[in-house]
Design a protein around this ligand. Sequence first.
Ligand SMILES: CC(C)(COP(=O)(O)OP(=O)(O)OC[C@H]1O[C@@H](n2cnc3c(N)ncnc32)[C@H](O)[C@@H]1OP(=O)(O)O)[C@@H](O)C(=O)NCCC(=O)NCCS
Length: 171
Amino acid sequence: MCWWVIALVPAVVLGCRYFYSMRVIHGYLKQAMSRDMRDIEGFYRKSSDSCLWVAVLEDKVVGLVAAVGQQRSSGAVELQRMSVDRRFRRCGVGVALGLKVLDFAAAHGYSTVVLGTTAYTPAAHHLYQRLGFRCVGVTNGYVTPGAGWSLMERIFYKVRHHYYSLDVQNC
Ligand SMILES: CC(C)(COP(=O)(O)OP(=O)(O)OC[C@H]1O[C@@H](n2cnc3c(N)ncnc32)[C@H](O)[C@@H]1OP(=O)(O)O)[C@@H](O)C(=O)NCCC(=O)NCCS
């Protein structure tokens, strides 16, 4: 009986981790769908400080990225929503999308491009470093936007948030 209980512990921990991680991710997606992703044109066209680009290959949208200007006084624009369809990764789409944001920042007189990522795979970090970003800070126990942040979510969903920054004049 005791061995059964011990053997069950890792399965329960893994199950809880999966369940609460999915809850946080769904909360994040729900928040995105109620914000800019609900009305992309309306959100990104209402201000010249924001823009969203899609990458199209063979008439299919295979990736997207957005730039959202922060308060003018900060001189920073934030790169958001970087994502490439997994069938078209490692083809240079991510770099092309990233360069769009850098061009946008330079054309609009921003001095810095900033971004935050909780990506745990190396792909996003390598991409940003390749574009010239450098990591300027890491937060442990980052509160993902849209998360309910109950005690169970805090216990079972832990991510590190990396902040990257790039000086537009020197890139
Ligand atoms: C991160 C992501 C956008 C990269 O897009 P991509 O189109 O594959 O990137 P590119 O082909 O332009 O690759 C650019 C560089 O990124 C790095 N890179 C991309 N995929 C990588 C991988 N799987 N492992 C290691 N490095 C990788 C490499 O340095 C690569 O340059 P190289 O091919 O000359 O070595 C894509 O993997 C993705 O959508 N991931 C899931 C969503 C995500 O994590 N988004 C970032 C959230 S902030």
